[in-house]
Design a protein around this ligand. Sequence first.
Ligand code: FES
Length: 108
Amino acid sequence: MLFGKKKDFKCTIANTGETFEVPGKINLLQAALNAGIKWPCDCKVGSCGTCRCILKEGKVKALNDFAYVLDGDMLKKGYVLACQSQLKSDLVVEVDFEQGAIENMKMT
Ligand code: FES
């Protein structure tokens, strides 16, 4: 029996078809990087927004409020920050591998 052990989940990246395991205690971004996926990231502490992805299926627990970095439109579209997400179920996400930090995106 494995009492106290957090459950492991699986994440599928819809736009590449890649799938990787997410051990219960680590966040989505860390699990992706451990699996060798070139997930966009910068700060890894929930302040730049680079690791954002769209949650298509499944549930995450936010380790920090996403609203500090993501605006209302993004939250409505289902964006979450991978570095601040712990999985509560298997996930399907969409990652924009070409994206930059949110500050860069707004400078048009
Ligand atoms: S890597 Fe900066 S918010 Fe996640």
